[in-house]
Design a binder for this molecule. Structure first.
Ligand SMILES: *Cc1c(COP(=O)(O)O)cnc(C)c1O
Length: 398
């Protein structure tokens, strides 16, 4: 198979294609908002908060300005600040750690499970100190962390009189479940990004906090709106992080399709799995691991394979010559980032071996609900062409 330069590029996420399916419904709804000129915390925000909380199985939703703000506000609602430690992972987007630092607390990294690539619960206990106030697992790539085990761990710590919060970074997993329950309702409080490339994305910056704890919900509601319940009367030093009505209209419209979109993502993942199975058998590629539990649902924000570190750049370049976009989420783990050494949570190379090995091997393939079967076939054919060619070169002559 040869790419002749005429076939259209397959993007990692093709949002234009999705917009075409939404346009006729979305533009009149946005027009209504603009005619009404009630632009923030209005009826669409209130409706979205209820609809999204119900979607997760949580009691409360609080719309905010971004996923980063959602994490920060969740930490602030738990009264986490200077002197406190928050245990998290290093294979995540920088925002997870930025939020901890913005709250004034200290991020502490633990390694991840090599299969699920989410927080390795077995390592958490050893990382707990008298200053630890929260665990902040990330539901990476669309798959929930092992929340049952984390809840048990937190309950055991609480039984010892330790006040420990369980906070979910659910920014990549809208609609994922663990133990049959939706992410966003699996800990004390959860933060979702509604960044435009996420499974549920606005057309600008947006985020939402969910929780079953009315006191935490109340504090987030105040903090996102200058610490006030009543305009010009401020009980807390908060911030401006309100979800606006235009973004709320966008995410309400999309939320009605999210279940169907997540099903399509899962179907695309199954198609990739099947088309790559022979390469898996030959040990040339690893496909995403999904916990074999019907109550645990992966929603494939990204479809991330693993290849030998030495082969990855060659594969990326080859795919790009076939007109196929790929990504690396993420190339440099947070504990090795300059920004983390500046705030004192950097660690020397080798400290988180599983995370570091993954960073060298992972490759994200195109994944979005509107992806077509012929495109998945094209991606997989190109991977075959490239990896088989390489394995022939690498194998000794007969
Ligand atoms: C996208 C993302 C965020 C940040 O969300 P923004 O809306 O861009 O601020 C936080 N954590 C994770 C894991 C993310 O993927």
């Amino acid at each position: 198979m040869h790419y002749n330069g005429t076939e259209p590029t397959i993007q990692l996420v093709d949002l234009q294609r999705q917009y075409e399916t939404l346009r006729d419904e979305l533009l009149p709804a946005m027009d209504d908002v603009l005619k009404g000129m009630h632009l923030n915390l209005g009826p669409n925000v209130q409706a979205f908060e209820k609809e999204f909380a119900a979607f997760c199985g949580a009691a409360e939703g609080i719309g905010v300005g971004s996923g980063t703000d959602a994490l920060y506000l969740a930490l602030r609602a738990c009264e986490i600040g200077p002197g406190d430690e928050v245990i998290t992972v290093a294979n995540t987007f920088i925002a997870t750690v930025e939020a901890i630092a913005m709250a004034g607390a200290h991020p502490v990294f633990v390694d991840v499970d090599p299969l699920t690539q989410t927080m390795d619960v077995a390592q958490v206990e050893a990382a707990i100190t008298p200053r630890t106030r929260a665990l902040l697992p990330v539901h990476l790539f669309g798959q929930a962390a092992d929340m049952g085990a984390l809840r048990d761990l937190v309950a055991a710590q609480r039984a010892f009189g330790r006040n420990l919060w369980l906070i979910e970074d659910a920014s990549q997993a809208h609609g994922a479940t663990d133990g049959g329950k939706g992410v966003g309702a699996l800990g004390d409080i959860a933060a979702f990004s509604l960044y435009y490339s996420k499974n549920l994305g606005a057309y600008g910056e947006a985020g939402i906090v969910t929780t079953n704890n009315p006191e935490l919900a109340d504090r987030v509601r105040m903090l996102r709106d200058h610490g006030s319940r009543e305009r010009y009367y401020h009980d807390l030093i908060g911030m401006n992080s309100r979800l606006d009505e235009l973004q709320a209209v966008v995410v309400r419209t999309k939320l009605r399709r999210l279940e169907e979109w997540n099903k399509l993502r899962r179907a695309h993942a199954a198609a990739y799995d099947a088309r790559l199975a022979d390469l898996v058998a030959d040990g040339l590629i690893e496909i995403p691991y999904e916990r074999p539990d019907p109550l645990h649902r992966h929603v494939y924000y990204t479809y991330v394979v693993q290849v030998a570190a030495e082969a990855r750049e060659m594969l990326r370049e080859a795919l790009s010559t076939y007109g196929i976009a790929t990504g690396i989420h993420y190339p440099l783990p947070l504990h090795l980032q300059q920004a983390c050494s500046v705030i004192g949570c950097g660690l020397p190379p080798g400290s988180l071996p599983v995370t570091e090995r993954l960073a060298d091997r992972i490759l994200s393939l195109p994944m979005f609900p509107e992806l077509r079967d012929d495109e998945i076939a094209r991606v997989c054919d190109a991977i075959h062409a490239c990896l088989h060619q390489k394995s022939e070169i690498a194998s000794p002559l007969p």
